[in-house]
Ligand binder design. Structure first.
Ligand SMILES: [Zn+2]
Ligand SMILES: [Zn+2]
Length: 339
């Protein structure tokens, strides 16, 4: 049952990342374990995931013994819920290696080896475990054999079904892990390494293009009078844009400041929306869900296409972009620093 103090998956993950960012992984782990033991999970099924996050934090805190004890609990929790525990067991093998219990580690890892050719996430975890036990040569051997097997499963043409797509992801994961292990061993590039580097470069290129596309999208802004109008006409949409106009402009300043920090050479700009304009678009759609994201996207892109975009940021002493009449440095600039 959900109680007032119940924590959902997102909040728990936040606890973990914040503790890691603060450089206090052990404290974060203790907090997560306390939430599980105190019955404060909104969904008790999350126990294995939360304990798993705690176990990772304890490894980060350089306490593999405590991490192992928690990992045993994770595996038990998976057993109790009938969920698969393979990845927890790969992590257990890594800890056993770190604790100089190599025989047990190999006994845990060996039966999991077939996952190398069926699960795209297995290559990284299994390699990590083997490297923790200084089994670099063995990792190379397992990965090389798995690559040969995985190549058979990859379709000739662009995959058009799930099985084909998974096979392609599996092969990519194996090739990149193998490439890294070979560099660690000081081996020269072979043809598979060439392929790995080509694929890695293509993925990076794609990620960068995606990021640039995201960062170059204009941000929708409603001037004060339009925001008030929007709150009257379409209150549910006004809530999405920010419960108050002050929060609306603070949100925008934060979003744009964060994009600027990414440092990519893309135009940062705002488009000014109007309540009537947005309402007309929503009416013309007669959509079931008027707050669906694509309505916003289409509205913004339409305005942007008409050249309604406004560059951001203004100079510090110029009038603020929000239209308040105050100088930027005294108006919205400081808002980006207030959470
Ligand atoms: Zn290389
Ligand atoms: Zn302002």
């Amino acid at each position: 049952m959900t109680t007032a103090s119940a924590l959902d998956a997102e909040e728990l993950e936040l606890i973990a990342t914040r503790a890691a960012d603060r450089g206090e992984p052990a404290a974060g782990a203790a907090e997560l374990v306390a939430a599980v033991d105190g019955g404060r999970l909104a969904d008790p099924q999350d126990a294995s995931i939360v304990l798993g996050m705690a176990a990772e934090l304890l490894l980060e805190a350089d306490d593999p013994a405590a991490s192992l004890a928690l990992t045993e609990r994770v595996i038990d929790a998976h057993g109790a819920h009938g969920s698969p525990s393979e990845f927890a067991r790969m992590f257990r093998a890594r800890l056993l290696f770190l604790l100089d219990r190599a025989d047990e580690a190999m006994a845990e890892l060996t039966p999991l080896r077939p996952l190398l050719t069926s699960d795209p996430d297995a290559a990284a975890e299994i390699t990590e475990a083997l490297l923790a036990g200084d089994r670099d040569e063995l990792a190379h051997e397992w990965l090389t054999e798995a690559v040969a097997e995985a190549q058979q499963a990859v379709p000739e043409d662009e995959p058009d079904d799930d099985a084909g797509r998974v096979a392609t992801m599996v092969l990519f994961a194996l090739l990149t892990e193998r490439h890294e292990v070979r560099h660690g061993l000081g081996l020269p590039h072979d043809s598979l390494d060439e392929t790995a580097e080509e694929l890695e470069a293509a993925v990076q290129e794609e990620e960068r293009a995606q990021l640039e596309a995201e960062l170059s999208e204009p941000v929708l802004f409603f001037p004060s009078a339009e925001f008030d109008e929007l709150s009257r006409r379409l209150p549910e949409i006004a809530r999405i844009c920010g419960p108050t106009w002050d929060e609306h402009r603070a949100d925008i300043e934060r979003v744009l400041a964060a994009r600027a920090e990414e440092g990519l050479p893309v135009g940062l700009r705002l488009v000014r929306g109007s309540a009537a304009g947005l309402e007309a678009l929503i009416d013309s759609r007669a959509a079931d869900d008027p707050v669906a994201d694509d309505v916003f996207d289409d509205y913004v892109n339409g305005l942007d296409g008409q050249g309604a975009g406004q560059p951001w940021p203004p100079a510090r002493n110029e009038a603020c972009w929000c239209g308040s009449g105050a100088k930027y440095k005294k108006c919205c600039l400081p808002r980006s620093r207030v959470a």
